[in-house]
Design a protein around this ligand. Structure first.
Ligand code: HEC
Ligand code: HEC
Length: 193
């Protein structure tokens, strides 16, 4: 049985719609909800490329590299990168550093041992800063990225990172692995973190 109040409510509703108080969406069917797009970071080329550089950066910051790439007039030494003793700004490095580790003096060495130019300093740089710098010919010795790969693969001072003598920890991996990793980063578009 239909109660009076139900009829009244129906009438009110009709009046209200007619009066424009209520408005119903008369479009046939609502569009389906859009899927929530979760970015697949693992497959984003930029994210993957950036991650390759960050892995490279961990080697660049290793003391075997960073102690020469101090970004100052002074080399550093030791695991914590303390100032080289003696202070040797401008001193002839080869007075003490030979072409290889010297078991007699226990001083590490490599051919033409010398400090990296300040513009090639790698200490106190974020991954991004380091990345932009390595790509910048004004800061990397005028090199193309292909030339940087060649440097990493063949340079004797880079090689030192894996032959520092028995007292110092070698850099991670091997020189070839580092050059391959850097090369992969270049091929991936050389994106910066
Ligand atoms: C004894 C000091 C010394 C050590 C140790 C050393 N470097 Fe260098 N590095 C230099 C000097 C000097 C240059 C500049 C030479 C040039 O431009 O030809 C240089 C240049 C570079 C360059 C090219 C410039 C640039 O910024 O892209 C790269 C790359 C590089 N070094 C990587 C390394 C890595 C990696 C290590 C450690 C595994 C390392 N170096 C260890 C002295 C050193
Ligand atoms: C008076 C001798 C002497 C002179 C000159 C000298 N060094 Fe050294 N250097 C040493 C000694 C000693 C060590 C310590 C090695 C250690 O801690 O095992 C050392 C260590 C270093 C290290 C640390 C290596 C590493 O893998 O951590 C760097 C880099 C370095 N010297 C760069 C230079 C540079 C660049 C010059 C020239 C500007 C230079 N040295 C001149 C004696 C000297």
């Amino acid at each position: 049985m239909t109660s009076g109040s139900t009829i009244l409510r129906a009438l009110c509703l009709l009046c209200a719609v007619a009066a424009g108080c209520y408005r119903f969406d008369t479009a046939a069917a609502p569009p389906p909800a859009k899927p929530l797009v979760v970015p697949d970071v693992a497959s984003s080329p930029v994210v993957r490329s950036s991650a390759l550089f960050s892995a490279v950066a961990t080697v660049f910051r290793h003391p075997r590299c960073a102690n020469c790439h101090s970004g100052t007039e002074h080399p550093l030494q030791g695991r914590q990168g303390r100032l080289h003793a003696p202070r040797v700004a401008g001193a002839r490095c080869e007075l003490c550093h030979g072409a290889a580790y010297d078991p007699q003096t226990q001083i590490p060495g490599a051919p033409r041992w010398r400090l990296a130019p300040a513009a090639m300093g790698w200490v106190d740089r974020t991954d991004r800063q380091l990345c932009e710098q390595v790509k910048d010919p004004a800061a990397n010795g005028g090199r193309t990225l292909a030339a940087v790969v060649e440097h990493l693969r063949h340079d004797e001072l880079v090689a030192y990172g894996w032959s520092p003598g028995p007292r110092l920890e070698a850099a991670a991996g091997s020189q070839t692995e580092l050059a391959d990793l850097f090369s992969r980063w270049v091929k991936s578009g050389a994106h910066c973190p």
